[in-house]
Design a protein around this ligand. Structure first.
Ligand code: HEM
Length: 139
């Protein structure tokens, strides 16, 4: 029986414990995400990427936690607010690009990445994405 949480955790550790706490991984992610469209480039142009990389590393923990607990913490509430209509109003279609870019970056950095590992990352991140975009789905 496959345990996708375990598959995700093992992949996460292979990437984060390479000696740079994932710095190269997150740099590659944000460069690829920024290169993915002029719209993303424009949105990220004003963002402090050094801070953003740290925030994103933390948000992967929050995603792992939320995918198993389903508990709305103040932290993910803030994520939804920062990205929501009253914040940066991030359009829905950019979350698909965000997740695809993240999975492509896992493929580039995890030597044992296969379809199961890619699915595990999508299964762990999707609940947080659904939570963060719930507001946009309603309008
Ligand atoms: C599930 C997907 C995403 C996660 C987990 C995530 C994570 C985060 C986190 C943790 C922050 C910092 C929030 C804070 O200040 O407390 C943030 C800010 C931000 N994110 Fe996201 N993000 C996601 C998707 C996106 C997408 C698709 C975009 C589109 C370009 C985006 C653009 C931004 C921007 C512009 C900020 C504000 C940065 C600033 O003001 O310094 N995010 N994100």
């Amino acid at each position: 029986m496959k345990n996708y949480d375990q598959i995700f955790n093992d992949s996460y550790e292979r990437i984060m414990y390479r000696g740079d706490q994932g710095d190269a991984f997150f740099s590659h992610f944000y460069q690829s995400f920024s290169d993915s469209s002029p719209e993303v480039q424009r949105i990220l142009a004003k963002v402090d990427l050094t801070r953003q990389k740290l925030m994103m590393q933390r948000s992967l923990y929050m995603a792992m936690d939320f995918s198993s607990s389903r508990i709305e913490t103040e932290t993910i509430k803030k994520y939804a607010k920062v990205h929501g209509d009253k914040g940066h109003a991030i359009p829905l279609h950019l979350y698909d690009i965000w997740l695809d870019t993240l999975v492509n970056t896992v493929r580039a950095f995890d030597p044992k990445c296969d379809l199961e590992v890619e699915l595990a990352w999508r299964l762990v991140l999707m609940p947080l994405i659904q939570y963060m975009t719930a507001e946009q789905h309603r309008t």
